[in-house]
Unconditional design. Structure first.
Lengths: 237, 594
């Protein structure tokens, strides 16, 4: 089988032994017929140097573990086609979050913002014996929202989140906030809007739209944010 | 290092694993006010439940008549009568309640025109005791597992559950009387080893599909709970039974849900023939998974596979309305484009049977309590989900019963723990003095090993051996050889070596520790499979063919019993199948046909 050599530049940092991060040049032979995705090649690289550290799990784009910065764009390694990448392939950790080691970032701040929007259904009416009813049209309102995999590609591509990760909810959190606002079963719409009506939490979004380009699931946080803003305007008049 | 140097943290209960079963159990514990720690190797929504696609079964009857009794019949038949009928009745009766509750938690199910939960047909789901397909699989498009896992996590956020994210449990702590007192775990970020001392321990660590070379399973599915249980002297049940899902993407192994066939998709061979009509004239493409996988391998073996090497079959959706695909199977379309390079609206998807699910596991009763080989309860120890064997799946699991299993038994195990802590397990028993010795010795060995074996190569050899010797069809000679091979590989695992010695986020160390668990699963599988000299469900061997006295090669007289593999001495024992349900008559033994 025809093998091909791929050139990589990978961000490396192990706080146990490195004083500072550095970019490592490394080459690896791949079989383009088998090693189709970036994650396949990372697995190969790790077989050569087991100290290369990154998160991964499902390898099919549904768990959200292997988000990283690939040739300057955020994406999932398991969904990134090797043949579409320019060499040397430059891999860095997601921008804007503290690096723990190599391609692994500390996601505490990201999840803190997700948790801050009360990401659960709020409905204090005692539930019926059977399911709560929801029409197919009402359910469709959740499409493009509930599919979020919390990979952080969007929030870590957003300059507003880089500058204010402690105050700005960020695109992922806001997309999820709208997922509950849009759910006809949820009774806390007003409280949710009150919580976001804040110069930072919502209004740091300047519709730069990096998030839309970064989302590996094709979701549109900017649109969801727009809908939240619209609802705020509508309830004000 | 002595045991005294390990920090000890005390809890009422510790749950290992934060997939569907662990999260469902955690809701029970957190909402009852118990001090609970939930440990997970990954952030909870990255657990493998997230990859489930097609649905969760419940006889809601939202689109047509259905009954839990029919669901139970299908499950017993699907299990090839190896499932325990008390646990199966319990699960099928609880199903509607479990699914409705999930809806109340916020799960975004698809809806019928009347606004009820949408249900689709699935393999082996039949009405009126096997008569014709029925819509029983409750679905959120083809992302049911994702929607479910997120809804369960969200409910835990509401309940303020305390998570220990990116902690890997290493070993179970048992005292001299065999009571379980928690686990020892490794914090991946810092390398710190800590004891979680608890009155009750629930294992919800999921499956171990990574023992095979080609698997639909995530990298994290390394059988950690099984390895820990086996090392602590718990026998593993029915480990020879592994489900090969009919439709993994050829080459990539990524899952394509059975829901595709539920929505009307058809399997075709190189002659463009709908070959399932020959193997299962009634259920056709919606026969049980073991039946469909065997039919596919037979087609390939007889030269009717597709592609240049005639080594895959085609899953054809091209006759479906593109709107149906976009609405009901959008994730499948993405996967197909990403991993098979085809748009299923325009061309069929190349698929092959791929290792998917472990029917066996840690023996439990239907309360989620772990059971010793002598039938007694292991004090303080519970298990639920894929790691457990209740046994509701027997020799072959029905599609969508896995998500149901983790809801029903996740909750049951949580309730059992709450009940036990209220009544008998009020005080925390002392830890044995040497509780951490074995774990620390294992870590120390790994840190100091020289001239050892590469984790990557050893794991690959194990996966290839399992694939070649213990696949869809099994052969007497190959199984005997397989046992020898796996025992050799086990010796190599004991000498595994890593280059990375850092304390910070050392994934090489984690993978080596996972391999310690994988090899226990591989060995129990191969040894149990070699010993079972019949064909039943997913375990089909060449020397147990279809005969008049033993239709399908099943030998009820000799083999209607559960296997128990004991790590100590690599020995097997057996225990009877529970044929008596809780409230109804036994579903009598019958030859399986679809």
């Amino acid at each position: 089988m025809a093998t091909r050599t791929l050139q990589f530049k990978i961000y490396r940092y192990d706080p146990d032994k490195d004083d500072a991060p550095y970019m490592q040049d490394i080459a690896v032979d791949v079989d383009p017929a088998i090693d189709r995705k970036l994650l396949d090649v990372l697995t190969k690289l790790k077989a050569i140097d087991d100290s290369l550290s990154y998160r991964r799990s499902c390898r099919e784009g549904i768990c959200g573990s292997d988000a990283m910065n690939i040739n300057g764009r955020n994406g999932l390694a398991c969904l990134t086609e090797i043949s579409e990448l320019k060499e040397p392939i430059v891999l860095r950790p997601l921008p804007g979050l503290p690096v723990i080691r190599d391609l692994i970032v500390d996601m505490t701040q990201f999840f803190k913002q997700y948790h801050s929007i009360k990401p659960y259904l709020i409905n204090d009416t005692p539930p019926p014996e059977r399911e709560r009813l929801q029409s197919p049209e009402e359910r469709e309102e959740l499409n493009g929202l509930y599919e979020c995999i919390l990979c952080a590609c969007c929030s870590t591509s957003c300059p507003s989140f880089w500058w204010n990760p402690d105050k700005f909810v960020g695109p992922a959190g806001l997309l999820n906030a709208y997922r509950f606002i849009a759910d006809t079963r949820d009774e806390a719409t007003n409280a949710r809007l009150d919580d976001l009506e804040d110069p930072y939490r919502l209004f740091r979004c300047h519709t730069i739209m990096n998030c839309v380009e970064a989302c590996p699931k094709g979701l549109n946080p900017t649109k969801a944010i727009g809908k939240i803003k619209e609802m705020m305007v509508r309830r004000a008049i | 290092m002595s045991a005294l140097t390990i920090p000890v943290r005390k809890f009422d209960a510790v749950i290992v694993g934060a997939g569907g079963a662990g999260l469902r159990a955690a809701i029970q514990l957190s909402e009852s006010g118990l001090k609970t720690a939930v440990l997970s190797k990954v952030f909870p929504t990255r657990s493998h439940t997230v990859a489930a696609q097609g649905g969760v079964s419940a006889s809601l009857g939202n689109s047509e008549e259905d009954h839990w009794h029919w669901h139970m019949y299908d499950t017993v038949k699907g299990s090839d009568w190896l499932g325990d009928q008390d646990a199966i009745e319990y699960m099928c009766r609880k199903a509607p309640e479990a699914v409705v509750e999930l809806e109340h938690f916020g799960m975004p199910f698809d809806r019928t025109d009347e606004g009820k939960i949408y249900q689709r047909p699935f393999g082996g789901h039949m009405s009126n005791f096997g008569e014709k397909p029925v819509r029983r699989a409750c679905a959120a498009a083809d992302r049911t597992g994702h929607a479910m896992l997120h809804a369960l996590y969200q409910r835990n956020v509401r309940a303020n559950t305390q998570f220990f994210v990116e902690w890997m449990a290493l070993d179970l702590i048992r005292d001299a009387e065999g009571q379980v007192l928690g686990v020892i775990a490794l914090e991946m970020e810092t390398g710190e080893v800590v004891a979680f001392h608890a009155k009750a321990t629930i294992f919800a660590t999921g499956g171990a599909g990574r023992i095979y070379y080609s698997s639909t399973n995530a990298f994290i599915n390394t059988g950690d709970g099984l390895g820990m249980a086996a090392r602590a002297g718990i026998a593993l049940e029915d480990m020879e039974f592994w489900q090969f899902h009919p439709t993994g993407v050829a080459g990539a192994g990524v899952l394509i849900t059975e829901g595709v066939r539920g929505e009307g998709g058809i399997l075709r061979n190189s002659d463009n023939e709908r070959f399932m009509e020959r193997y299962a004239p009634n259920a056709k493409d919606l026969a049980s998974r073991d039946v469909v996988s065997r039919a596919m391998v037979t087609e390939i073996n007889e030269g009717r596979g597709s592609g240049p090497n005639k080594d895959f079959l085609l899953l054809d959706l091209t006759h479906l309305d593109p709107a149906t695909i976009m609405k009901r199977l959008p994730g499948i379309r993405d996967i197909s484009i990403q991993f098979a390079g085809v748009d299923p609206i325009k061309a069929p998807i190349p698929v092959v049977p791929t290792c998917h699910y472990q029917m066996g596991g840690i023996p439990t009763n239907y309360h989620g309590q772990v059971i010793n080989a002598d039938g007694s309860v292991v004090k303080g120890f519970y298990a639920a989900g894929e790691v457990a064997c209740a046994s509701v799946h027997g020799a072959n699991r029905l599609g969508t019963n896995s998500l149901l299993d983790l809801l029903v038994f996740g909750k049951a195990s949580g309730d059992s723990v709450v009940e036990s802590i209220k009544t008998e397990a009020k005080v925390l028993k002392d830890l044995p003095v040497d509780f951490a010795e074995r774990t620390l010795a294992r870590l120390n060995r790994l840190n100091t090993q020289t001239g050892g074996e590469s984790v990557h190569e050893t794991r690959l050899d194990m996966q290839r051996a399992m694939q070649a010797h213990c696949g869809v069809f099994r052969f007497k000679d190959k199984l005997v050889e397989g046992v020898n091979k796996i025992c050799e590989i086990e010796q190599r695992v004991a000498r595994s070596q890593i280059g990375d010695k850092s304390e910070t986020w050392n994934t090489a160390r984690v993978e080596a520790l996972e391999l310690d668990n994988l090899i226990e699963v591989a060995k129990s599988t191969m040894v149990s499979a070699e010993a079972r000299k019949e064909s039943r469900g997913a375990h089909v061997r060449d020397d147990a063919p279809d005969t008049e006295t033993n239709p399908n090669g099943r030998d009820d007289e000799a083999w209607l019993k559960h296997t128990l593999w004991h790590r100590d001495g690599n020995r097997l024992s057996y225990k009877p199948v529970i044929l008596k349900p809780l409230s109804i008559e036994t579903i009598a033994l019958k030859t399986r046909a679809y």
